[in-house]
Design a protein around this ligand. Structure first.
Ligand code: PLP
Length: 384
């Protein structure tokens, strides 16, 4: 089934009523038909029919064998780190979501797991840094917020040559544009709060693996069952509804993003534009080879930190807010928001600074978005 159809229908099976949409099964527990018999649903933490329908739809879209719907993107990242044991080594990219760094450095470091941050664009360097203790190579591509693109196929090969897992945080593109499991990744995860939800009204995470019967799938199932990070039935239903419009939303958002990225370059107060859909992005060809779209996330630098800060107060249509991927356009100031807790040396290595703004392009009219940005930038430049 093609993506647009999979997004609309998922794996929906009609029940006796013929309902077109999956009902919300608000039941914490399920009656057993008889001793040692089950309907397939026993207890809501382990399985819930609404959540399972959403999980099957995600597995279908990711081309995976099994997917889990979780209470946040961080719950998905947490499951990945929870696969490690004392002494394991994890390679992380230098440019990534600050919350993942906090989970690694402030929580999992305590349990004797060694996290090393490197430039994942350098496939030779990744090969050099693999150790016999390396359990996971974790990447974000495109990365947050500098839009670095990592070669998923090459890193899958490197990870597997060392019996390690390649994990891809696919939040910036969603499975509509990029399917890491088909490129060799062992685990794909998304902060589904972003494009998969698309309406800035649900906090959710998803995670998928290739083979439902694999040891990896069994280990993740054990963690989910034991730790209970699952998504609620109501939120699962909202996510099923969101999924139906994923393709139309992200394709239109990406179209507007390309227009805005090209236009931003013409503004005198803008010095740099980072968008993977610009043909002179250093990894444009790689991006094209592993995805079928460029997404709608743009970072850009303005001339001074004062302009970057002042612009936030002058926005009228675009909201100054954290997060991304929704129908409402958002402008973020990563250095004090999403990346506030990043170690200074990491920030210096990637080029993220106090002149960088990150724009999540929504579904508003593209001319209105340009007009809002232009008036806010002009006012900010006069002040700054
Ligand atoms: C790339 C990326 N991964 C993971 C997360 C965490 O997701 P959540 O906020 O849904 O927990 C975020 C949140 O912004 C993100 O941008």
């Amino acid at each position: 089934m093609k993506d647009f159809s999979a997004e609309v229908h998922g794996c929906h099976a009609y029940d006796a009523t013929g309902a077109l949409t999956t009902p919300v099964y608000l039941s914490a527990t399920f009656r057993h038909p008889a001793f040692r018999e089950s309907t397939g649903y026993d207890y809501g933490r382990v399985a819930n029919p609404t959540r399972c329908d959403f999980e099957r739809a995600i597995a279908l879209l990711e081309r995976g064998g099994r997917a889990w719907a979780l209470s946040s993107g961080m719950a998905a990242v947490n499951l990945v780190f929870a696969l490690c044991k004392v002494g394991d080594h994890v390679l992380l990219p230098e440019d990534l979501y600050g919350g993942t760094v906090r989970l690694a450095n402030d929580i999992y470091n305590r349990y004797g797991i060694d996290f090393e941050y490197i430039d994942m664009r350098d496939t030779v360097l990744v090969r050099e840094r693999m150790r016999k203790e390396t359990k996971i190579v974790f990447i974000e591509t495109p990365s947050n917020p500098m839009m670095f693109v990592t070669d998923i196929r090459a890193l899958a090969e490197t990870a597997h040559a060392h019996d390690a897992l390649l994990v891809v945080d696919n939040t910036f593109l969603s499975p509509h544009f990029q399917k890491p499991l088909t490129l060799g990744a062992d685990i794909v995860l998304e902060s589904a709060t972003k494009y998969l939800c698309g309406h800035n009204d649900v906090i959710c995470g998803v995670l998928a693996v290739q083979d439902a019967e694999s040891e990896l799938a069994k280990e993740i199932e054990l963690l989910v069952k034991s730790e209970g990070p699952n998504l609620s039935p109501m939120d699962s239903w909202l996510m099923l509804r969101s999924l139906k419009t994923l393709g139309v939303r992200v394709e239109r958002q990406a179209e507007s993003a390309l227009t805005i990225a090209q236009w931003l370059r013409t503004l005198p107060m803008v010095t740099d534009v980072y968008y993977v859909g610009l043909p002179d992005h250093p990894q444009y060809a790689l991006q094209q080879s592993q995805s079928r779209g460029f997404g709608a996330m743009i970072s850009f630098k303005v001339k001074t930190p004062e302009i970057a800060q002042n612009v936030l107060a002058h926005l009228k249509l675009i909201a100054f807010a954290e997060s991304l991927g929704g129908v409402e356009s958002l402008l973020t100031y990563p250095i004090v928001q999403t990346h506030a807790e990043m170690p200074k040396d990491l920030i210096e290595r990637t080029g993220l600074d106090d002149r960088l703004l990150r724009l999540s392009v929504g579904l508003e009219d593209v001319d209105d978005l340009k007009e809002d940005l232009e008036q806010a930038l002009k006012k900010a430049a006069q002040k700054g």
